[in-house]
Write a protein of this length. Structure first.
Length: 368
């Protein structure tokens, strides 16, 4: 959609863009804003928050239960284990002992280089204080709640891992996670992490940043589902508040966060209710998706397992399996200097962010 709008402007046709005052970039017109609607809470960090049932309410129901001894013992064990693990998490955060910090500073040094050792110290200190505050948040949860909603997104391998303890200490907070799924292991990160990245680097990506200034979301709207505004806020912009000295035009974006009362009719929760009498029928996530834009010139595409429909793993690397028309893809991305500077700042905050092998972007196409 954005590429098409740039092309329209260059052809002197109506577009959402206009040249800026200096004539060196295109910018969004004043009456244009971008909003993200999601049918469910984003996977990853935004999906981790306390369940509505509070500790006192559970204890009261336990006292009225026929099997009091067993349940009381379980709750006491959970509370004790939770307190111990939260204390351990708190101390690990204060020590900033995540093992990968020093290692990751050595990886891809051109992208992650800091101006001085002082900058490196400030990042480590900021990470330490932030992780400590998240551990304190879990401690507060353990005083009020018995459990949290859980996400299938797993922490990246080089980061602190989920303790998987009962109750509120099942997850760590603020971690970078890979997208959940039942297929092959993936380097694709969770939706929460992608949105956090958009809130620094913008929606346009590296290539379009040659021509346009960063485009940020004005709002994020969640359909009726399990939702916690504090968790969404933590996941999509609280984690990036310490990123400073970004290039001109880049910022830490804070979109408006809202939830509506309408339920997405094809959500998993609705489907579960629809088929509640068919116990033998197991629901699974669809592997297909539709790429669509409200533009007559943009061809609709069907994607299956991350590839265009009709292309298998064997021929997925052929030029026809992509719809790009670019040469030396990585070179064009790296040439977007302001974007790369902002990217380095962002990854300086998330030292454990996984990176795909460079060979996956070192492709060329037969024609432009």
């Amino acid at each position: 959609y954005l590429y098409r709008q740039v092309d329209l402007l260059k052809s002197d046709k109506e577009s959402i863009f206009r040249p800026n005052s200096k004539g060196d970039y295109y910018e969004i017109r004043d009456n244009i804003t971008f909003h993200l609607f999601i049918s469910h809470t984003p996977c990853g960090d935004a999906s981790i928050f306390p369940k509505d049932v509070k500790l006192g309410e559970v204890k009261e129901s336990v006292n009225n239960s026929d099997d009091k001894t067993c349940i009381k013992r379980t709750i006491n064990e959970v509370e004790e284990a939770s307190a111990i693990e939260c204390s351990n998490l708190h101390h690990r955060a204060l020590d900033a002992d995540y093992g990968s910090i020093e290692k990751k500073f050595c990886v891809e040094s051109n992208e992650r280089k800091f101006d001085s050792s002082r900058d490196e110290f400030k990042v480590k200190e900021s990470l330490s204080h932030y992780q400590a505050s998240l551990s304190d948040e879990i401690l507060k949860w353990s005083d009020k709640y018995t459990d949290v909603y859980r996400t299938g997104a797993k922490c990246v391998s080089q980061a602190a891992q989920d303790p998987h303890l009962p109750g509120v200490n099942y997850h760590v907070l603020g971690a970078i996670r890979t997208k959940p799924g039942r297929g092959d292991p993936t380097l694709s990160i969770s939706c929460s992490d992608k949105i956090a990245r958009w809130n620094v680097l913008g929606l346009q990506g590296a290539l379009l940043s040659h021509f346009i200034r960063p485009i940020y979301l004005s709002s994020i709207i969640i359909a009726h589902c399990s939702y916690n505004k504090d968790a969404l806020k933590r996941a999509v912009y609280d984690r990036i508040q310490n990123i400073e000295n970004l290039p001109q035009g880049y910022k830490v974006n804070e979109p408006l966060l809202m939830q509506i009362s309408s339920t997405f009719e094809d959500s998993k929760a609705v489907a579960m209710k629809r088929y509640k009498d068919e116990r033998s029928r197991r629901l699974s996530i669809c592997s297909s998706g539709i790429i669509w834009s409200n533009d007559d010139t943009c061809q609709q595409q069907v994607i299956v397992d991350g590839r265009r429909q009709g292309f298998s793993k064997k021929n997925a690397t052929s030029p026809k399996a992509r719809d790009d028309g670019l040469t030396t893809y990585n070179t064009y991305k790296v040439a977007a200097t302001d974007y790369q500077r902002a990217r380095a700042k962002f990854f300086g905050r998330f030292l454990d962010w996984p990176h795909k092998p460079e060979i996956t972007e070192a492709f060329t196409c037969d024609s432009i």
